[in-house]
Write a protein that binds this ligand. Structure first.
Ligand code: SF4
Length: 287
């Protein structure tokens, strides 16, 4: 049985960068506290927890002597200031793609322009971005919500980094009806999610079974399973190698592997090793 990895899988650039920054702090023996879970993967959170990383819900919980971590989603300027006041050190792991959205919103607001951000207003990334243009930003899910907007002044339309391109383009188009000014449209969607889906789709047609490694609650991992199932019926979402059922692999010649954007490399290696082990024992059984 051959184990084939998708061309793109696992940690996206922003998550990898955040974990690296936290590890740097751990190496310096700092007491590291992340505002919100650093990553949506229980195994990686447990590993970081064993090294002393803890999670806090609000900046109030941070104390002098501690290092506060801003995760890849970013925070509002107020929250950042509060962390800087309270902590001995702040590690800002805001993904540069998110920083770009924050900056665009902030600059447009300084010129008294309206900012339309297409995204989920309850998502931490969007809560952070709103803080950069509190009086001028409207965060809306899709084109259907444009009707509820007031008349707009020189609007800028940007997006949450992980939304669908179709939703963004449709919403940006609908915004034109709400202004007499020109609408500036800047696509700020990050390609990490789409690249992983395209790579999984390409591999799914070549394998008899597919394993997606990711958290049960990780929406990008669940979406990867749906993409794989389009062409490979035997596609499974697993969190660890222990969830692989060897019976599912009887008669399988090629097995595909991919992982959600929050799945660490060490966990992927364990799954690949387990699959190779099952492949060998199935071969022995056949001979
Ligand atoms: S998905 Fe994209 S924007 Fe979000 S953290 Fe990863 S690289 Fe950054």
């Amino acid at each position: 049985m051959k184990v084939l990895l998708a061309d793109e899988f696992g940690f996206c650039f922003g998550v990898e960068r955040a974990v690296d920054m936290v590890e740097d702090s751990l190496e310096k023996n700092e007491t590291v506290r992340s505002l919100g879970p650093l990553i949506h993967n229980n195994e990686e959170m447990n590993r970081l927890g064993e090294h002393g990383v803890t999670t806090i819900d609000t900046p109030v919980q941070i104390k002098r002597g501690e290092t506060a971590v801003i995760r890849a989603h970013g925070v509002t300027p107020e929250v950042q200031e509060e962390l800087e006041e309270k902590a001995s050190k702040v590690v800002d792991a805001t993904c540069p793609f998110v920083t770009r959205v924050q900056r665009l919103a902030s600059r447009a607001a300084e010129k008294d322009r309206h900012v339309i951000v297409v995204g989920n207003p309850d998502h931490p990334e969007m809560i952070g971005v709103r803080g950069y243009a509190p009086e001028n930003a409207f965060i809306i899910n899709d084109a259907a919500e444009v009707a509820g907007l007031p008349r707009l002044n020189n609007p800028l339309v940007v997006s949450q980094t992980t939304i669908k391109l179709k939703t963004f383009l449709e919403t940006a188009e609908a915004v034109k009806a709400k202004t007499d000014d020109e609408v500036e449209i800047v696509n700020t969607i990050c390609s990490a999610t789409r690249d992983r889906q395209d790579a999984a789709r390409a591999l799914a047609g070549e394998v008899d079974a597919f394993y997606v490694i990711g958290g049960e609650h990780s929406s990008n991992s669940r979406k990867l399973v749906a993409v794989c199932k389009e062409t490979c019926e035997k596609s499974f979402l697993i969190q660890t190698e222990e969830e692989i059922n060897a019976d599912d692999l009887v008669g399988v010649e090629n097995v595909g592997v991919t992982a959600g954007a929050s799945t660490p490399k060490w966990l992927i290696d364990k799954v690949v090793a387990r699959l190779e082990e099952i492949g060998k024992s199935n071969e022995i059984a056949l001979n």
